[in-house]
Design a protein around this ligand. Structure first.
Ligand code: OGA
Ligand code: NI
Length: 377
């Protein structure tokens, strides 16, 4: 290619990057997210959301009977005999080694609270736009927020979803900072999820062959970020993504989804649907659990495909280390847990500074390689 021709092509690419950036800013500046587009009755998905054709790396397993494992918790802390607990722990171990995902039933959170939490997220996203706008920000740690696409300026295509949320542990923001539409249920749901997360971390510790308290003591549930996602009905689902494939930068994520469906996990190079199950919660392992387990348990790619029907609503609680300003007594680094290492099983990760880990995570597009790669031996 002649020099002048090449320069012209680069110039064209720059122009198109520039015009994309302008469109992204315009969208961001509306502060109304994807819901704002849907309210304006767009018949076509705007350019910034369009995925390229070669983005479909893996096949879907449509027609397959595969489903992620369901674990019946049967209130393990109160009534279960040792044999039942062993069975639960065995089920969790298998799920974490094979899938990185499982669903839990009989987890102790009443179905009425789950339903009301979904409604609370819906009420917030369907608030009067002028009220909702006031919460729109890319600052996810200082209070309650609304945002569309955490990685808006970094991803190849924007996702058809908006998100509200706040830090939920160690503490929620003061109640007066939470919107009326969701305040009471957010406080109640977050209390219940904290309780359940302790139980799940105990079971995961046992599944790794560790003392039941080990992961709780390591602070794996100390920081929690609660997100309420809203995936509006999409006029052109075949060219759009609800959320692009990614792994979570958490120890674990506890997810509540409504009955619409669309969440898929990558299993043996195929996308498998996570079937909505009334009353169940989905648990998935994040990159930090893969790291501390020294690859015994896996953090698996997942995505959400959009639909013509909607909105779909989900609530994700990310269990993370304390990483915010002022959290001085939390451990600064995480590495493979020493009890899991031996001569045959040497560490595959170096110790990761959690602030560095989170910085790498949030400075890339969700669809780029996970920060785990940076810390491999
Ligand atoms: C996430 C996520 C899935 C969903 O928040 O990281 O994967 O169903 N959510 O909303
Ligand atoms: Ni996720």
């Amino acid at each position: 290619m002649a020099f002048s021709e090449k320069r012209e092509n680069n110039g064209a690419a720059e122009d198109s990057n520039h015009s994309r950036l302008i469109k992204l800013r315009e969208f961001d500046d509306t502060k109304l997210g994807v819901k704002g587009l849907v309210d304006a009755a767009v018949a076509k998905v705007p350019e910034i959301f369009r995925i390229s054709n070669n983005n479909n790396k893996h096949q879907s397993s449509s027609g397959s009977v595969l489903t992620i494992p369901v674990i019946d918790l049967k209130h393990p802390n109160t009534t279960a005999a040792a044999a039942v607990r062993r069975e639960i722990v065995g089920g969790i171990r298998g799920s974490c080694e094979e899938w990185g995902f499982f669903q839990v039933v009989n987890h102790g959170i009443p179905e009425g609270i789950l339903d009301e939490m979904i409604q609370g997220v819906r009420r917030f996203h369907e608030l009067d736009p002028e009220i909702k706008k006031r919460y729109y920000t890319r600052d996810l740690i200082s209070g309650f927020f609304l945002v569309s696409n955490f990685d808006l300026y970094r991803s190849a295509a924007a996702s058809w979803r908006d998100t509200m949320g706040c830090v939920a542990a160690p503490d929620l923001p003061p109640p007066e900072q939470l919107p009326d539409a969701t305040r009471d249920i957010l406080i109640e749901y977050s209390k219940q999820v904290k309780q359940l997360s302790k139980t799940i971390l105990e079971l995961l510790s046992e599944a790794l062959g560790l003392e039941p308290n080990r992961l709780n003591q390591l602070g794996c549930g100390a920081g929690q970020l609660l997100l309420g996602h809203y995936y509006p009905a999409c006029p052109e689902p075949e060219v759009t993504i609800g959320v692009t494939d990614h792994t979570d930068a958490s120890f674990i994520t506890i997810l509540l989804q409504d009955q619409i469906g669309g969440l898929q996990v990558l299993h043996r190079n195929k996308w498998v649907d996570v079937q909505p199950r009334k009353g169940a919660l989905v648990v998935n392992l994040g990159d930090l659990l893969q790291l501390v387990s020294n690859d015994k348990f896996i953090s698996v790619s997942h995505r959400v495909v959009p639909k013509r029907i909607g909105p779909r609503i989900s609530v994700a609680c990310f269990l993370r280390p304390l990483i915010h300003k002022g959290d001085t007594d939390s451990p600064p680094v995480y590495g493979p847990i020493p009890e899991l290492l031996s001569e045959e099983n040497p560490p595959v990760y170096v110790e990761a500074d959690v602030r560095e880990f989170m910085r790498i995570h949030s400075s890339r597009g969700l669809d780029e390689p996970s920060p785990l790669q940076h810390f491999r031996v």
